[in-house]
Ligand binder design. Structure first.
Ligand SMILES: *Cc1c(COP(=O)(O)O)cnc(C)c1O
Ligand SMILES: [Zn+2]
Length: 443
């Protein structure tokens, strides 16, 4: 069957279409954001049951490229790319962790954490980047001149771009705000051979520069403004539903910065609903750091009065963004999903991470933002005991060792480390060790 997809203007009064192989990020007519739209009539010719069977059959198998959690859904994601041009590192299929102990602590027995950080480069950004870099490979194969692929990043986008480009033999260029990404995030693109450009500004400043650089059409822009990435990221919804045997959770909580991911989450659920795989919608909660909360402020005005802000330094560095590119898309989705926006302070973020970790997770600060938002919603009775709740964990905690170590060693400024767990420093003496153990293990 001939499945097709195209870029379409997000502005309802325009809706101009462009080919996915065109180098374009905003509508040429009206300047609005673009979105990827699929030929839903063609997809509807296959029944929900047949789709479920197909996706089940391909799951975690060897047939290229369907073993990937993203490409298993190829017809729904990016039918335009030839299998031979897919650049995949078996992304997706991440664990949906039953947070039994944390859930018990907060009175929520049906709490789940979608561990998107368990991925090749340690964040959910892999889900979108596999689609974007595959399309670039396809465009190059068709003879288009693309010298490099570039992005501005708060750390994880650049890691994903650099890895996928390296695997495909394509040059990447990453713009990072100096001193605002973790060491682990900085070394990733360096190791993968990216041209790393460190700018004395914040993410929003890097974004402005890269957009200018990408006016040269031989330098392809890989930020989430490029809606190809959203197609890959939306598969997290399908995966989640599949992992619950096509049952839909009541609430999904996701941290938001540039807001591509929250719109992707909604897009995935809407597509499943349209094609008959699910019958109900979850409530979507977008969680922001108090220090970088333009969406939260907008939400508080009933989405009537938006103002970009200067984001302040936050431990949740990947969402330190003051003027999110995908704002409109996110707001539209939040309205469709009875959405809530919640925020978390630095203290709340740090404690939420530590509480999660004490029950077996290894949370990044952004996941901490989402967990802190959950704790507040449970306290307020907005999220209730009988509800099935999923928290989307966006990156692996191992990328944020300094933050975690500083917390436990009580070195985070302005944060009281309520759950700190310090190592015992003892002489190499068995009796001393025994005494210490007796002390620690009593009662
Ligand atoms: C990119 C990122 C986010 C935010 O996603 P947006 O699409 O920018 O809202 C959250 N957490 C982590 C770890 C990220 O890397
Ligand atoms: Zn338009």
């Amino acid at each position: 069957m001939a499945y097709t997809a195209w870029f379409e203007c997000f502005n309802e009064n325009c809706r101009k279409r462009y080919s996915l192989t065109e180098v374009i990020y905003n509508c040429g007519e009206c300047g609005s954001l673009l979105q990827v739209v699929h030929d839903m009539d063609e997809l509807s010719k296959t029944s929900a049951a047949e789709w479920v069977r197909l996706f089940d059959e391909r799951r975690m198998r060897n047939m290229w490229p369907y073993g990937s959690g993203v490409w298993r859904l190829k017809e729904w994601v990016c039918p335009e790319v030839a299998d031979t041009n897919v650049v995949s590192m078996f992304e997706g299929e991440s664990n949906l962790f039953w947070a039994e102990r944390l859930g018990a602590e907060i009175g929520l027995p049906d709490l789940w954490i979608k561990l998107c950080g368990n991925s090749h480069t340690g964040s959910f950004k892999d889900l979108g980047m596999t689609v974007l870099v595959s399309m670039v490979k396809q465009m190059k194969a068709e003879g288009k001149e693309i010298r490099a692929v570039a992005c501005a990043s708060t750390g994880d986008t650049s890691a994903a771009l650099a890895a996928y480009c390296a695997a495909a033999g394509i040059q990447s260029i990453v713009f990072l705000p100096t001193g605002k990404v973790s060491n682990e995030q900085l070394i990733q693109p360096i190791a993968n051979g990216a041209l790393v450009i460190s700018l004395d500004t914040d993410f929003d400043g890097c974004m402005k520069v890269v957009q200018k650089i990408a006016e040269d059409k031989t330098i392809y822009l890989a930020n989430s403004k490029n809606s190809l990435r959203i197609e890959g990221q939306k598969t997290v919804s399908m995966e989640m539903a599949h992992q619950f045997d096509w049952d839909v959770p009541d609430v999904v909580i996701i941290p938001g910065g540039n807001l591509g991911n929250v719109s992707a989450l909604g897009k995935g659920f809407l597509m499943m609903e349209k094609l008959g795989l699910i019958k109900k919608r979850p409530r979507i909660v977008c969680a922001q750091a108090e220090k970088a909360n333009p969406l939260y402020r907008y939400y508080k005005t009933g989405f009537t009065n938006y103002a970009p802000i200067q984001a302040q330094k936050t431990y949740a560095s990947a969402i330190q963004i003051g003027d999110p590119v995908s704002l409109e898309k996110a707001v539209k989705m939040l309205k469709e999903f009875d959405g809530i926006v919640e925020q978390a302070s630095e203290q709340e973020i740090a404690d939420a991470c530590a509480r999660g970790d004490k029950t077996g997770m290894y949370t990044c600060p952004h996941t901490g933002v989402a967990l802190a938002a959950l704790f507040k919603l449970v306290d307020r009775g907005v999220v209730r005991r009988e509800q099935k709740v999923v928290v989307v964990s966006t990156a692996h905690g191992l990328k944020f060792s300094k933050f975690k170590l500083d917390y436990h060693e009580r070195r985070l400024p302005d944060v009281e480390s309520r759950y700190s767990n310090l190592p015992l420093h003892l002489p190499p003496d068995v009796d001393a060790v025994k005494r210490a153990l007796d002390e620690r293990l009593k009662g």
